[in-house]
Design a protein around this ligand. Sequence first.
Ligand SMILES: [Zn+2]
Length: 161
Amino acid sequence: MHCPFCRNGDSRVIDSRTADDGSSIRRRRECPACGKRFTTVETASLSVLKRNGVTEAFSRDKIVSGVKKACQGRPVSDDDLALLAQKVEEAIRANGQAEINALEIGLAILPPLRELDEIAYLRFASVYQAFDTLEDFEAAIARLRAEDAVSDRPSASSASE
Ligand SMILES: [Zn+2]
């Protein structure tokens, strides 16, 4: 690993620690030439298998650009989108696979997008799940309503005891 300050071709690891969730290792390094210190982060590589059979590196930017259209005109900030992309990556990495299908990324986007904005969620789901008819929208909205009603009364079970 070369030094980002002086481009010296060598550096020395002075500390390594694993992230709390075990998904990455941070290494503190020191350059023997200029004495400056820097950190590297090591994660397992994650590739995406596209429908045309080509694989490419997973990219949070692509998640953001993929949902941006669905969020047009909605109260969703760039920070919200960055956080969404982070949640999607964490969800995918939690599965422990080194390669995932592009379709699975769509599935991983749906839950955090729904938390963020239900209209954007419906727009994204309508494209991703190829809604054809008004009935498809009605069914998706009915599901949202039913699940919202359940989560609005979290203490119902304990109250009835
Ligand atoms: Zn250096």
